[in-house]
Ligand binder design. Structure first.
Ligand SMILES: *Cc1c(COP(=O)(O)O)cnc(C)c1O
Length: 359
């Protein structure tokens, strides 16, 4: 039985995509092999890889002067790859701290650069986004980095920062493909796949061409954006299965109406859940309304001692993985593209019933 999986990642994938992969798992395109067993340099896989890139470019309307890379190492490796590719030793960089993932990116950048935290959401206990007018940016910064969606805190930027001439860098791990974005406003976008793109083990990087060629000389070649771009992300063996599966997800997104359709659906799902929570008198979400994430909805119960029972009973009803991140506790429902509205309706129905019994 398939359940509604509310995990923040690895997260739910569209059933249609899984069924497509299953149908061709043991004999991909008449090769007599699975896609995991074919050469990444063979014509069939290269065509599959290029089609995935073309579909992603179409979905996001990626301008021609951007390169799309399909890499390994997760968003976490990008925390280091970004300063190493874009700055010289000792360079100054700006970071905005809105929560747990920002902090990890900052800690890693500090190993290679002088980091100026241009804004910190500590004032709001990380339940909001610091208004841009108060940011204290370093005029010498090589780039400005931020986390558009904090997956653990459930805090999402309601705006794209205006970085001026400085390259804007965004960790979009848990928000890429949830709605249309204007790629041209960014210098670099990166995302681990396992939230809203495909399976773990794949990382997507979208980088403006003029930022290639700024890497440090001792950078390992496999980490080099320029080197990977020159080799079509096949400087070494790429994560072939993840790339293939992401390609199936991109095709599914196109069939479903693209990112405008996703945005409408994701908004409706989020409004349903926040609306219920706010009116319930039993559940609460601490995030400032303007900064509430469409993708990750943390919530607490009026009686925290019931949280274990809540998660266990929900799981029995086919509503899986509602426990909050181990660092913050509480509950969290992640509503990525693959989560249908019916899953959120089922969750709200369960929450209502649970509150009636325990409220
Ligand atoms: C999950 C996540 C990460 C870490 O991703 P890995 O692929 O595990 O390295 C980083 N940033 C954000 C915003 C995330 O949601």
């Amino acid at each position: 039985m398939r359940v509604y999986n509310f995990s923040a990642g690895p997260a739910m994938l569209p059933l249609a995509v899984l069924e497509e992969a299953r149908a061709e798992l043991t004999d991909w395109q008449g090769s007599g092999m699975s896609v995991m067993e074919v050469s990444h340099r063979g014509a069939a896989f290269v065509a599959c890889a290029r089609a995935a890139e073309a579909d992603l470019r179409e979905l996001l309307a990626v301008p021609a002067n951007y390169r799309v890379l399909f890499l390994q190492g997760g968003a976490t490796l990008q925390f280091a790859a970004i300063p190493l590719n874009l700055t010289a030793p000792g360079a100054r960089v700006d970071y905005v701290n809105t929560g747990a993932w920002s902090k990890k990116a900052i800690a890693e950048a500090r190993r290679y650069c002088t980091v100026n935290v241009a804004a910190d959401a500590a004032d709001s206990d990380y339940f909001g986004v610091p208004p841009e007018a108060g940011w204290r940016r370093d005029p010498a910064a090589a780039y400005l980095h931020y986390t558009p969606n904090e997956t653990i805190g459930g805090v999402e930027f309601p705006f794209v920062p205006d970085a001026g001439d400085v390259p804007l860098i965004a960790d979009m791990s848990s928000t890429l493909l949830s709605r249309p974005i204007e790629v041209g406003r960014f210098g670099l976008i990166y995302a681990g796949a396992q939230k809203n793109i495909g399976p773990s083990g794949l990382t997507v990087v979208i980088v403006r061409e003029d930022l290639l060629g700024r890497a440090r000389a001792d950078l390992p070649p496999v980490l080099s954006y320029q080197g990977q771009a020159a080799e079509g992300s096949m400087l070494n063996t790429p994560p072939t299965f993840g790339w293939y599966l992401a390609g199936l997800v991109f095709r599914w997104l196109k069939r479903e109406g693209g990112l405008a359709a996703m945005a409408a659906r994701n908004r409706a799902k989020a409004e349903l859940l926040y609306g219920y929570i706010d009116g319930s008198g039993f559940y609460s979400n601490p995030v400032q309304p303007a900064a509430r994430s469409w993708m990750n909805v943390p919530f607490r119960l009026a009686r925290p001692e019931l949280e274990k029972a809540f998660a266990a009973e929900a799981a029995r009803e086919g509503l899986a993985n509602l426990e909050g991140h181990r660092s913050v506790g509480g509950m969290r429902a992640s509503l990525y593209n693959a989560m249908p509205l019916a899953g959120v309706e089922a969750l709200v129905g369960f929450m209502r019933e649970f509150a009636r019994r325990h409220g």
